[in-house]
Ligand binder design. Structure first.
Ligand code: AMP
Length: 210
């Protein structure tokens, strides 16, 4: 799943993983879990994440490729937030080709920057279980409290407006070139991420099952 931060790719990736009963692999979630658990990887990643910068490629690629070895990945997976740079995409293709596999679809959830800035300021996250909400679009049942685990919701450091602007700049510079990368491979599908969550999901499923 490709898309700017806040385009809704995480939500759509989870829904896809549920529908097709395959794992949802989010590098952002993996880093956040490492930060929460105080691991060495988490400490290194946090320095970049808090500034809205990408974590260096060498800290990301092996992490994801190792995850593919788990039994639940045998029928496929939804990658969310990875790859995020051309070198990551090339490393991914290389690792997959060794086992005769390939990326089947690259789905770009397309949303304009202004809409994203507006959306992100309303985003709330549970740092305990990783669930995400939006004060208007996906409110928790009880304001400020996670539906899943009951802990308090926060505006993540990397969702604050200044960090969002930085993340969008980083997205345009480092991640957007992946759109052409996957167009050239003939597997890019673009969907409109400004519709409702369910409408966008419907569009994604149509694209996959076409
Ligand atoms: P996300 O939850 O996908 O928006 O990721 C949050 C942050 O984690 C990003 O802003 C990056 O700092 C870092 N991150 C997640 N995935 C990657 C990746 N594939 N490459 C580099 N940094 C990443």
């Amino acid at each position: 799943m490709l898309g700017a931060p806040g385009a809704g790719k995480g939500t759509q990736a989870k829904k896809l993983a549920d529908k097709y009963n395959i794992p949802h692999i989010s590098t952002g979630d993996i880093f956040r879990a490492n930060i929460k658990n105080g691991t060495e990887l988490g400490k290194k990643a946090q320095v970049y994440m808090d500034q809205g910068l990408l974590v260096p490629d060498e800290l990301v690629v092996d992490l994801v490729v190792d995850r593919f070895k788990d039994a639940d990945c045998k029928d496929g997976y939804v990658l969310d937030g990875f790859p995020r740079t051309i070198p990551q995409a090339e490393a991914l293709d290389e690792a997959l080709s060794k086992s005769g596999e390939r990326i089947e679809y690259a789905i770009d959830v397309n949303v304009a920057d202004e809409v994203i800035i507006d959306r992100m300021s309303g985003r709330r996250a549970c740092l305990n279980c990783g669930a995400t909400y939006h004060v208007v679009n996906i409110p928790p049942k009880k304001e400020g409290i996670c539906d899943t685990c009951g802990k308090s919701l926060v505006l993540r450091e990397d969702d604050k407006p200044e960090t969002v602007k930085k993340r969008l700049a980083v997205y345009h510079e480092q991640t957007q070139p992946l759109i052409d990368y996957y167009i050239n491979k003939g597997i890019l599908k673009s969907v409109d991420g400004t519709k409702t969550m369910d409408e966008t999901f419907h569009e994604i499923v149509q694209v996959i099952e076409m």
